[in-house]
Design a protein around this ligand. Structure first.
Ligand code: ACO
Length: 319
């Protein structure tokens, strides 16, 4: 029987500091009403000075390991999906690996911005199935507060910091990843990008986005990639127990659910309290729904995301 990558545990990390819309009203020409109506966001977590992406990644990874009843010694592959690595090099994944006491196997970062976790999970799944590794930590970790232009009201209100992680292992049986699809279309690179960094430009850069254009592409691309993974595995949207989407905007979540013909009570929503945490948002949402008892072993779950590049993708799994 073929191996499937089964999620053994999930974990997350959110900085303790909450920044509400009311606080942003004091700094920017914006209003809480505008932010809630256009995005569904009410507050976000922002990391304090000195906190690094690897700190959040390690905390999330430790949560996932503990939920799985494992330690770092059981892991031989670490992938960190991030657009905000600690340093240009070494890879943040190697910093995480060292802090977890892992000295074997491989560790690397993956850059696909908001789709990073979906990309990383798909890559890890392929490597486990190929038999070179046994158990992987797949982490999405971001400090988007460092990339945001805090003077730009069109983007500053949208993002937050955080990390989420899963431990996966190749096993035989019905559970695990059933299908995955990744896409990219670099023609749209200038609709959502950072205008500097890392080493090659010699500048740090800030996030720039044409929000309305991104929104339009997001709804189309997420609906089509969702159909692809469902078709691949021989399911329809009605079979889904949970949709665990990238959390960019409540209106994108609602539009995608509507296209699938699914009620919103089958969609896990964290954007209201966490905003858009880029690659961290899918594993953060998954961990939230696992810990509050919504997602249970055997549930059919769709994970999907779209981000800068554009990149987008989806994973269908039986939890
Ligand atoms: N407060 C008050 N007014 C604002 C704010 C703000 N924070 N931001 C923009 N506005 C104004 C604009 O200046 C504009 O004013 P104008 O009509 O006088 O020019 C007006 O509000 C409408 O602006 P739009 O950009 O057209 O507003 P829209 O309804 O498209 O919402 C938003 C903007 C929330 C960015 C939306 O387009 C969006 O969420 N897009 C998706 C982008 C995204 O989430 N990207 C992240 C990664 S990719 C992904 O995850 C899918």
């Amino acid at each position: 029987m073929a191996l499937r990558s089964v999620i053994l545990g999930t974990g997350s990390a959110l900085p303790p500091t909450v920044v509400t819309n009311a606080e942003l009203e004091q700094r920017l020409d914006t209003s809480s009403t505008w932010i809630v109506e256009r995005t569904g966001i009410r507050e976000r977590r922002i990391a304090g000075p000195g906190v690094k992406t690897s700190d959040l990644a390690v905390e999330a990874a430790m949560g996932a390991l503990s939920a799985a009843g494992l330690t770092g010694a059981d892991i031989d592959l670490v992938i960190v999906a991030t657009a905000t690595p600690d340093e240009t090099f070494p890879a943040t994944a190697t910093r995480v690996q060292a802090q977890l006491g892992i000295t074997r196997g491989a560790a690397f970062d993956l850059a696909a911005v908001c789709s990073g976790f979906i990309y990383a999970l798909t890559v890890a799944d392929s490597l486990l199935k190929a038999g070179q590794f046994q158990r992987a930590l797949v982490i999405g970790a971001e400090l988007f507060s460092h990339l945001v232009d805090w003077e730009d009201r069109t983007t500053a209100v949208l993002f937050g910091d955080g990390a989420g992680a899963v431990v996966i292992e190749g096993r035989e049986g019905d559970r695990g990843l059933l299908s995955a699809r990744l896409h990219a279309d670099g023609r749209h690179g200038d609709l959502l990008f950072v205008d500097g960094g890392p080493g090659s430009t010699g500048t740090v850069g800030k996030l720039r986005m044409k929000g309305r254009e991104v929104f339009r592409h997001a709804v189309q691309n997420l609906a089509s990639v969702t159909e692809e993974v469902l078709d691949d595995a021989g399911y329809s949207a009605a079979d889904l127990d949970w949709v665990i989407p990238h959390q960019a905007n409540a209106r994108i979540l609602e539009a995608t659910a509507k296209k699938l013909g699914l009620p919103m009570d089958r969609v896990v929503v964290t954007v209201d309290s966490q905003a858009n945490t880029s690659a961290a948002s899918v594993p953060l949402a998954l961990d939230t729904a696992v810990r509050d008892g919504r997602v249970k072993p055997g549930d059919l779950c769709l994970l999907e995301a779209m981000g800068g590049g554009f990149t987008w993708g989806a994973v269908l799994l039986r939890f």
